[in-house]
Design a protein around this ligand. Sequence first.
Ligand SMILES: [Zn+2]
Length: 312
Amino acid sequence: MPDDSTATAPTAPRGGSETASEAAATVLERADALAARTEEPGRLTRRFATPALAQAGDLVLGWMRDAGMTAHRDAIGNVAGRWAPPGLPAGAPTLLLGSHLDTVRDAGRYDGMLGVLVALAVVEGARGRDGGVPFAIEVLGFADEEGVRYGTAYLGSSVVAGTFDRSALERRDADGIAMADAIAAFGGDPAALEAARRDPADLLGYVEVHIEQGPVLEAEDLPVGVVTGIAGRTRAELVFTGFAGHAGTVPMTLRRDALAGAAEWIGAAEAHARSVDGLTRGRDSGGIIAGLISKAGLTQLDCGLPAAIERV
Ligand SMILES: [Zn+2]
């Protein structure tokens, strides 16, 4: 992945005279610049509170300031930029826009970044438009959504939402660095995480543009979709207990085969999932259900195979 930082960043101030395609080109250009901020040469990996994340955040802070926003990092290292149209009355609400700036290992360059950069483009467009909007806009670039470094996700947004779990501060990464120390080294303040919470009474809402992580839009040749529900996940480990016997002498009516029982359960669970409205229409949700069923199948195999072997 080329380091094209000098060619693309930071870009000149943008305004409302820009066409939509020019604004889109800027978003893609900036995504390329962010993709060059990586922990691993040749592929994009940017975990929470790393120098690569600091560099990406610095780029975004620069673009925010170029767009006339007041910008800073909060106590956990989220990047936040605020813009209010001239003459906005005191006490007017704020609309939050944004996404995450951290990535998984070997990530795509639009996962997360697209939502931050489109939000920035929205401010740049609103800024040059007569009349503006009757609210302030804040763009957030969350420092952690993926949870790669500490095995627990949404660190950035949980601080904004006021739901951060302080016990997570004691977690250690693969190098033994405690999260509290990583936050401090990143310029944050573990003691101020609660104070960084945003009061819902001040907010209009939160809107995020994100790449689709399923195949539906592409399969249906649609450019964009509006999220009407979000995936919820429940993990369960199931144990199917059978009864070992001699394969040649135990008649079928007396067999209790764990593998066959689990297979019946898997089929029933799949049939149920296919009958639930919302899961059948949202094919991405259906895929997650299928994943659960596959896992249940593996769990069952673990307990079923020994019984099957004993029978032989
Ligand atoms: Zn994402």
